[in-house]
Ligand binder design. Sequence first.
Ligand code: HEM
Length: 201
Amino acid sequence: MTGKLIHSQVIFSTKFLIHIVSLFLLCDLYYQAVNDRLGADPVEVVLHFTGIGAFNLLLLSLTISPLAQYFKLPLLLKFRRLIGLYSFVYVLCHLLSFLAFEVQFDWHLFINEVIERPYITIGMLAILIMFSLAITSIPLIKREMGRNWQKLHNSVYLASLLVGLHFYWSVKSEIIEPSMYIGISLTLLYCRKKKIIRWFK
Ligand code: HEM
């Protein structure tokens, strides 16, 4: 009984901490932006912070399964969904910041950007995948989808590769950081090689 209580308290406190840290960092970013404390190019800082934040959280959510398996810590799996959802919250802020500060909610301009700039096209594809994953992580929808849920959620690996490409393509010269991120995405895919080979059989 006490063991169970400690177990649920650890889950509750860790989830609470994830909420606090993720929301605090986002609120602090926009607070600094509103108070003109982000330097000469605040839009670039906001896009960078929300983009990298979303990618980090996406990769963290993909790291949880191999870590839980390797260290035999199934408890870690309890945090995967929440971290994945925060990755989506960060990417929504990334997209909204782009819409507000780069194209000023001019939808024609936005559609042109999506069509004409390949790195935006790829970012759009990734965000659509992440949107479908976030919506279908609602327990009721998950139950309704049955086996199709897992099939759809396997597309998270495709999303991580698309985001890596989006990052690589968005930078002008400093390719080391995006290349490292693509390397991490490929390593995480490699950790699931047996599962991936099974899909193609
Ligand atoms: C329609 C969808 C998207 C749009 C319009 C968009 C827009 C942008 C823009 C304008 C930049 C800055 C490029 C520059 O510095 O010149 C950028 C960078 C970036 N985006 Fe996105 N993005 C989208 C989707 C995503 C998604 C889904 C993710 C991650 C989950 C993401 C992560 C990143 C990252 C990591 C960077 C590089 C940040 C940096 O070093 O400055 N983006 N994006």
